[in-house]
Design a protein around this ligand. Structure first.
Ligand code: HEC
Length: 148
């Protein structure tokens, strides 16, 4: 019965290491192509926000950050609903790429706040970063700009 084993192994080899990155059959490969990013960048940006863990520190839709004792940003990780006011798109993307290695303390003699803004440059693609920026800008409450 070892011919069955040989056939199985050969099949596994062809399927696993075939020139088409898996399947020797082009038709099959076309059927399993990766899902494309959604056409709406804001929607895609929200997915990136969740996938990359931003949501864990900045809260759902960036509305309320978690506690960050003795952080100058009012003892919390800052919410992100107003970044459209404080950053140009390119500045915001640069900030996310670099993160913020030093965190300012509320009380200089107090403890170091536990959370820092991580650097995402090595983890996020340009397409994801673009979508993330558009998503974050979309969080600005409607009509707020006119109110000021
Ligand atoms: C481990 C917790 C943590 C994670 C995860 C995190 N951040 Fe932050 N983020 C912070 C902290 C803390 C600050 C405040 C930095 C400072 O002022 O020192 C901050 C600041 C920011 C700011 C500046 C806000 C302002 O008012 O100027 C932006 C924008 C931001 N984060 C976006 C993101 C995005 C986008 C992601 C995901 C790709 C993310 N953060 C993930 C902790 C986090």
């Amino acid at each position: 019965m070892h011919w069955l084993l040989v056939i199985t192994c050969t099949l596994l080899l062809v399927i696993g290491c075939g020139p088409n990155g898996g399947s020797p059959l082009p038709a099959t490969r076309a059927q399993v192509k990766r899902p494309a990013p959604p056409a709406d960048p804001v929607q895609f940006g929200r997915q990136v926000f969740e996938k990359c863990g931003c949501v864990m520190c900045h809260g759902a839709d960036g509305k309320s950050g978690i506690a960050n004792p003795n952080a100058k940003t009012k003892d919390i990780v800052p919410p992100l609903t107003y970044v459209a006011e404080g950053y140009l798109p390119a500045e915001l993307k640069q900030f996310i790429r670099r993160g913020q290695p030093n965190i300012d303390k509320m009380n200089p003699n107090g403890p170091t706040p536990p959370f820092k803004m991580p650097s995402y440059g090595a983890w996020i693609s340009d397409v994801e970063l673009d979508a993330l920026q558009k998503y974050l800008f979309s969080l600005m409450p409607k009509g707020e700009k006119e109110a000021f």
